[in-house]
Design a protein around this ligand. Structure first.
Ligand code: NI
Length: 249
């Protein structure tokens, strides 16, 4: 049985969430971590983890929402962290893809949420796009651990994150024809990775272009088990041990 360590199961993407979870179970995915991005999705995550036994939650403000969030939203997250099934702070991070103009604001938002993680001893789920250097420099200042979500950097960058105690979140990108990620993962011990879908985005081959869902972890798992020449069962065991170490589930 596998765990999807990063998805966005919100009503705006899925009209029938019961079915998405049923489909996941039929494909050997028995747990998932639903990640919030802003005040609205955080409250939806809370609602859904109350309803579905096998769904856990991560709450956070995503860097793409840096212009919309207000200070009250962070205070609200802090209050909501006492929920038993909220197991991480995420999705948080830095994203310079669309604009670098609000860099300082993004950094401040990330730092604030890392402080929360430190205060409440919670792991973090980090989004970093075109911002590797700043991400590393900021994470160095905190005693946090967690996952570098959707990792797609170089072997050198992978080694830096691993040395800092982070796991690499690997998703459908590794199955894409032009992706160099497989060359990196070939060199990395499996003790350093977790599997994720980032649903509804980043659908693995051969379903690329369709809406993603947690059931597709199995496609990513098959790809990695072939790449690393181990059985699917062994991959499940190792990645679940990694999850247990970081998230305590
Ligand atoms: Ni995400």
């Amino acid at each position: 049985m596998f765990t999807d360590t990063h998805c966005h199961i919100y009503k705006e993407y899925y009209e029938n969430i019961d079915e998405i979870l049923k489909n996941a179970k039929e494909n050997k995915i028995n747990r998932m971590i639903n990640n919030g991005c802003d005040k609205k999705s955080n409250s939806e995550v809370l609602e859904l983890i109350g309803k579905y036994e096998n769904m856990y939650g991560a709450l956070g403000i995503h860097p793409e929402n840096v212009e919309e969030y207000i200070q009250e939203d962070i205070k609200l997250i802090e209050k909501q962290l006492n929920h038993k099934k909220v197991i991480a702070i995420g999705e948080i991070g830095l994203d310079y893809h669309y604009t670098k103009e609000n860099k300082e604001k993004q950094k401040k938002l990330l730092e604030e949420q890392l402080s929360l993680a430190e205060k409440y001893h919670l792991p973090v789920i980090i989004h970093s796009r075109e911002a590797t250097e700043d991400t590393i420099n900021i994470l160095k200042n905190y005693k946090t651990k967690g996952v570098i979500h959707s990792f797609s950097g170089s072997l050198e960058t992978a080694k830096i994150y691993i040395k800092m105690g982070y796991l690499l979140g690997i998703n459908g990108v590794i199955t894409f024809k032009n992706s160099k990620l497989k060359d990196v993962i070939r060199e990395i011990p499996l003790e350093n990775i977790v599997l994720e879908t980032d649903s509804p985005y980043l659908t693995p081959e051969p379903f690329r272009g369709k809406r993603n869902e947690p059931a597709r972890i199995l496609e990513i798992a098959k790809f990695i088990s072939e790449l690393k020449e181990i059985s699917i069962e062994e991959l499940a065991r190792i990645t679940n041990d990694n999850i247990k170490r970081i998230f305590d589930i």
